[in-house]
Design a protein around this ligand. Sequence first.
Ligand code: Z5A
Length: 212
Amino acid sequence: MKSMFVVIEGLEGAGKTTAREQVKSIFLEFGVEPSDIKDVREPGGTPLSETLRNIIKDDRDDETLVDVSELMLFYVARTQLVVNVIQPHLRAGCIVIGDRHDWSTIAYQGGGRGVPKEKISLLKSIAIDDFEPDLYIFMDVDPVVGLERARGRGALDRIEKMDLSFFIRARESFLELVKENPRKSITVDANGSLDAVSSELKIKLREFLKHV
Ligand code: Z5A
């Protein structure tokens, strides 16, 4: 199988982290060696990007993080990850599985915060040119269900503290992206039990990979 960059997207509590293991298991089924699969997460995945992750998530009370500054921090972290980790692994023939990528920016900073799409596109082209994943797996969870799951885990970070309407807008943006990219995306209903979600994901991913 040729190298691929597969990204799992969705709201908090959608089960992206859980889905990663299922995605991995399907690639193994298709004959990929475990050593040829690389996991990454955003923001993060390089030493510098992990430092930026802490800055982004930190709910500090001495200064507000301006929306456009937040957007740029995500793109600095993403550029480091793409250039230093993702692209070298793809060149080496690996399957790279990402926990979030650019759809999260369009959904959260665009849909959620209201940063204009044109600004996001401009920054993206400056940062990573036309680099794009080969497949997006959108784990579609009702924001109320997802937030309940995320809150069950304990302390909330700066973004998780946003109100429900923010996550409703973010979900709408994800749905628009799915509609605009039917050939490059799979949507999984992430509201059901772990078993139901995992089984739908596996069926849809197997079907996609049969045609790659
Ligand atoms: N962000 C952004 O704004 N812009 C960007 O460009 C990027 C990111 C890249 C990253 O935080 C934050 O940055 C995120 C978006 C923003 N902020 N928010 N809010 P993160 O990486 O720490 O958070 P996350 O990506 O949202 O991860 P998460 O909350 O852990 O969600 P998840 O990975 O989708 O869920 P999970 O860990 O697999 O599951 C969460 C819990 O639910 C766990 O206890 C599971 O056992 C449980 N779970 C999962 N699925 C089920 C089902 N089906 N039934 C029952 N329980 C379940």
